[in-house]
Design a protein around this ligand. Structure first.
Ligand code: HEC
Ligand code: HEC
Ligand code: HEC
Ligand code: HEC
Ligand code: HEC
Ligand code: HEC
Ligand code: HEC
Ligand code: HEC
Ligand code: HEC
Ligand code: HEC
Length: 353
C-alpha cells in the first residue's frame, strides 16, 4: 500500500506542476486580455457640461491646469471621435457629479483599475511614443500612465529637472512624477544597483537617461528597447564606429553586443560582463604564440609550431603569462577589422591590427 502511494508521488508532482504552470500561463493571458480590452467606465445618465463648470468648486485645479499642454489643447486638435475636451476628456461627463456634489459620479484615474486609467489616456495617445503601449511589460504589469505622469501640472508633483535644476537631456516637459532616473529607480532597484558599479553608462552622472535606450511605453524589441530593428542597432546608433560589415567580422559582435557587455554596469572595465581572459575563454581555448612560448621540459620536448595551439600545462609560466595578458592587447580589433595584418598568419581574420 505504502509503496504504491510513494510511486504515485512523481505523478502528483507532475500534476501540480502542470496546474501551477497552467495557472501562470492563464494569468499572463488574463493580464494581456485585461490590458487590451480595458474600457473607460461609463457614468450612467451623466452629460458633458464643459470645463468652466468645474472652477466653482475646484478653483486651484483649474488654474494649474490652464498652464499645461492638455489645458491648452484646442477642440480641433482633439480626435474627432472624442465627445469631450478639457477636464471631461479624462474625467468623463460631469453633470451628475455637479448636481450631487458626489465623487462617486466622476472618474478619478488614480482610483480606477490601472488598465482602465490607461484606457482613458489611450483614447488620444495611440501613436508615436505610445504606439506599442498595449503589449508592453508596463501595461501588462499594472504600471499605468499615471504611475509615471502627473498630468495636472501641479508644481509639487512635476519634477522633470534634476537636483541641480538642469533639465534632463532629451526629456521634455512630460509631467513626470520624478525626473529620470529616479522615476525608474523607484521600481527597478536591481538596475539602480548596477549603475553604481565602477563601470556604467553615465546615467547616474545625469549625462544620459534610461529612456534614451528604453521606450517605457513599449517596443517591438524586448525589453522595451528604443529601436525597431535589432538590439545591436540601438548600440550602434551611438557607437557608430563598430557598425559593420567588416572584412573580418567577429561572430558574437555581429550577433549581439550584450553577449559581452552589460549596458547598465559591471565590475569589469568597458562594461564587460567578465574580465579578460575569462570572457574570451568561455568560447575559445588558450593558445600559445612565439611571445608566449611554453617552457616546461614536457612542452619543449615537442617543439612549438607557430600557429598551432599547444596543450596547456598547468602552472607553466607561459600559462601564467596568458592569464595575465589581455587577449585584446594582440587581438585589438575585437569588434571587427578591415585591415589585413601582414605580420601574422591568418592576417586580419585573427582580429589583430
Ligand atoms: C458644485 C461643486 C462641484 C463642481 C462644480 C465640480 N465638482 Fe468635482 N468634486 C466636488 C466635491 C464635493 C468632490 C469631493 C471632494 C473631496 O472628496 O475632497 C469632488 C471631487 C472630484 C474629483 C475626485 C473624485 C474622487 O473620486 O476622488 C474629481 C476628479 C472631480 N471632482 C472632477 C470634477 C470636474 C472635472 C468638474 C467639472 C466638469 C467638477 N469636478 C465640478 C464638487 C464639485
Ligand atoms: C489628461 C487627463 C486629465 C485632465 C484633462 C484633467 N484631469 Fe483631473 N485628474 C487626472 C488624473 C490622472 C488624476 C488622478 C491624480 C493624479 O494622477 O495626479 C486627476 C485627479 C483630479 C482630481 C482629484 C484631486 C487630485 O488632485 O488628485 C480633481 C478634483 C480633478 N482631477 C479635477 C480636474 C479638473 C477640474 C480638470 C479640468 C480643469 C481636470 N481634472 C482635468 C487627469 C486629468
Ligand atoms: C482628449 C485627448 C487626450 C487625452 C484623453 C489625454 N491626452 Fe495627453 N495629450 C493630448 C494632446 C493633443 C497632447 C499634445 C500633443 C502630443 O504631445 O501628443 C498631449 C500631450 C501629452 C503629454 C506630453 C506633454 C509634453 O510636454 O510633451 C503627456 C505626457 C500626456 N499627454 C500624457 C497623458 C496622460 C497620462 C493622459 C491620461 C491621464 C492623457 N495624456 C490623456 C491629448 C490627450
Ligand atoms: C514607466 C513610466 C511611464 C509610463 C507607465 C508611461 N510613461 Fe509616458 N513618458 C515616460 C517618460 C520617461 C517620458 C519622457 C521620455 C520619452 O519621451 O519617452 C514619457 C513621455 C511621454 C509623452 C511625450 C512623448 C513625446 O513625444 O515626447 C507622452 C505623450 C506620454 N509619455 C504619454 C503616456 C501615456 C498616454 C501613457 C500610458 C498609456 C504613458 N505615457 C505611460 C514615462 C512613462
Ligand atoms: C511603478 C513602478 C515602475 C516604474 C516607475 C517603472 N517601471 Fe519598468 N517595470 C515595472 C514592472 C512591474 C515591470 C514588469 C516586471 C519586471 O520585468 O520587472 C517593468 C518592466 C520594465 C522593463 C522590461 C523588463 C523585462 O524584463 O522585460 C523595462 C526595460 C523597464 N521596465 C524600464 C523602465 C524604465 C526605463 C522606467 C523609467 C522611465 C521604468 N521602467 C519605470 C515597474 C516600473
Ligand atoms: C545604453 C543603453 C541602456 C541604458 C542607458 C539603460 N538600459 Fe536597460 N537595458 C538595455 C539593454 C540592451 C537591455 C537588454 C539586456 C540584455 O538583453 O542582456 C536592458 C535591460 C533592462 C531591463 C530588463 C532586466 C535586465 O536587467 O536586463 C530593465 C528592467 C532595464 N533595462 C531598465 C533600465 C533602467 C531603469 C535604466 C536607467 C537606470 C536603464 N535600463 C538604462 C539598455 C540600456
Ligand atoms: C544614447 C547613446 C548611447 C547608446 C544607445 C549606447 N551607448 Fe554606450 N556609451 C554612450 C556614452 C555617452 C558612453 C560614455 C562615453 C564616455 O564616457 O566617454 C558610452 C560608453 C560605452 C562603453 C564604454 C564604457 C567605458 O568603460 O568607457 C561601452 C562598452 C558601451 N558604451 C557599450 C554600449 C552597448 C553595448 C550599447 C547597446 C546596448 C550602448 N553602449 C548603447 C552612449 C550610448
Ligand atoms: C566578444 C565580446 C564582445 C562583443 C560581442 C562586443 N564587444 Fe565591445 N568590447 C569588447 C572588449 C574586450 C572591449 C575592451 C577592449 C577594447 O577596447 O578593444 C570592448 C570595448 C567596447 C567599447 C569601449 C571602447 C571604445 O571603443 O570606446 C565600446 C563602446 C564597445 N565595446 C561597443 C560594442 C558594441 C556597440 C558592440 C556590438 C556591436 C560590442 N561592443 C560587442 C568585447 C566585445
Ligand atoms: C560567445 C562566444 C565568443 C566570445 C565570448 C568570444 N569569441 Fe572570439 N569568436 C567566436 C566565434 C564563434 C568566432 C568565429 C570562429 C570561426 O570562424 O572559426 C570567433 C573568432 C575569433 C577570432 C578569429 C579566429 C580565426 O580563426 O580567425 C579571434 C582572434 C577571437 N575570436 C578572439 C576573441 C577574443 C580575444 C575574445 C575575448 C575578448 C573573444 N574572441 C570572445 C566566439 C566568441
Ligand atoms: C601576444 C599576443 C597574443 C595574445 C596575448 C593572444 N593572442 Fe590569440 N593570436 C595571436 C596571434 C599572432 C594569432 C595568429 C597566429 C596563430 O594563428 O597562432 C592568434 C590567433 C588566435 C586565434 C585563432 C585560432 C587559433 O588558435 O589559431 C584565436 C581564437 C585567438 N588567438 C584567441 C585568443 C584568446 C582567447 C586570447 C586570450 C586568452 C589570445 N588569443 C591571446 C596573438 C595573441
Amino acid at each position: 500500500m505504502k509503496g504504491c502511494r510513494w510511486r504515485k508521488l512523481p505523478f502528483l508532482w507532475m500534476v501540480l506542476f502542470l496546474v501551477v504552470s497552467l495557472g501562470a500561463c492563464t494569468s499572463m493571458k488574463e493580464a494581456k486580455k485585461q490590458a487590451e480590452n480595458a474600457k473607460v467606465p461609463v457614468i450612467e445618465g451623466a452629460k458633458y457640461v464643459g470645463s468652466e463648470a468645474c472652477a466653482d468648486c475646484h478653483e486651484d485645479v483649474v488654474k494649474d491646469f490652464g498652464r499645461t499642454i492638455h489645458g491648452r489643447i484646442a477642440g480641433f486638435e482633439v480626435k474627432p471621435s472624442m465627445e469631450a475636451e478639457g477636464c471631461e476628456a479624462c474625467h468623463g461627463p460631469a453633470s451628475k457629479h455637479i448636481e450631487e456634489e458626489d465623487p462617486a459620479y466622476i472618474l478619478n484615474p488614480a482610483k480606477l483599475e490601472p488598465a482602465q486609467a490607461s484606457a482613458i489616456c489611450s483614447r488620444c495617445h495611440t501613436d508615436g511614443e505610445t504606439m506599442d503601449w498595449r503589449g508592453s511589460e508596463h501595461a501588462l504589469n499594472d504600471v499605468s500612465c499615471v504611475k509615471c505622469h502627473a498630468v495636472h501640472g501641479d508644481k509639487d508633483k512635476v519634477a522633470y529637472r534634476d537636483k541641480l535644476g538642469y533639465r534632463h537631456k532629451n526629456v521634455k516637459d512630460a509631467f513626470l512624477r520624478e525626473p529620470e532616473p529616479e522615476l525608474c529607480f523607484t521600481c527597478h532597484k536591481d538596475v539602480m544597483a548596477k549603475t553604481n558599479y565602477p563601470n556604467h553608462h553615465p546615467v547616474k552622472e545625469g549625462k544620459m537617461v534610461c529612456s534614451e535606450c528604453h521606450n517605457p511605453h513599449g517596443s517591438m524589441v524586448q525589453p522595451l528597447l528604443r529601436t525597431d530593428e535589432r538590439k545591436n542597432e540601438l548600440c550602434l546608433h551611438c557607437h557608430a564606429r563598430y557598425q559593420g560589415p567588416f572584412t573580418f567580422e567577429h561572430t558574437p559582435v555581429v550577433e549581439d553586443c550584450t553577449i559581452c557587455h552589460n549596458p547598465h554596469g559591471t565590475v569589469a572595465d568597458n562594461l564587460l560582463k567578465q574580465n579578460e581572459p575569462f570572457l574570451c575563454l568561455q568560447c575559445h581555448g588558450i593558445h600559445f604564440h612565439a611571445g608566449l612560448r611554453p617552457d616546461t621540459e614536457e612542452v619543449l620536448s615537442k617543439p612549438h609550431e607557430a600557429g598551432k595551439p599547444t596543450t596547456v600545462v598547468p602552472h607553466d609560466s607561459s600559462m601564467q603569462m596568458v592569464m595575465m595578458t589581455r587577449c585584446t592587447q594582440c587581438h585589438s580589433a575585437i569588434h571587427g577589422s578591415d585591415l589585413p595584418s601582414l605580420s601574422v598568419p591568418g592576417g586580419g581574420s585573427r582580429l589583430t591590427k
